[in-house]
Design a protein around this ligand. Structure first.
Ligand code: ZN
Length: 100
């Protein structure tokens, strides 16, 4: 099992991810310390993030099967750009959710 150390009580606890819906397609994945009940947000996604993640998977698959090196490079740079956007948006969403 995956153990993490709690920032609050300094004890180790197993990660058991839970999901919470925040409306407007926003889904938060979080886990709670089993000792002191401190809540940790793992990540937050919305429809746009999930759309980009599907796009990334599609492009990565495409780049695996292409024999054209130039095309592969183009696909790689698209994937990297999308990944950056996903990270940025997930950080924004995380901030939004933590303010509620
Ligand atoms: Zn704790």
């Amino acid at each position: 099992m995956n153990l993490v150390n709690c920032d609050q009580c300094k004890k180790n606890f197993p990660i058991q991810p839970k999901e919470k819906k925040h409306g407007q397609g926003i889904k938060e994945t979080y886990f709670v310390c089993t000792h002191c009940k401190t809540r940790y947000t793992a990540y937050v996604t919305d429809q746009e993030v999930r759309r980009m993640q599907r796009q990334i998977q599609k492009l990565e698959k495409e780049s695996l099967f292409t024999k054209d090196n130039n095309k592969r490079l183009v696909l790689y740079s698209k994937v990297n750009r999308l990944k950056e956007e996903v990270l940025k948006r997930m950080n924004e969403l995380k901030e939004q959710v933590s303010k509620r």
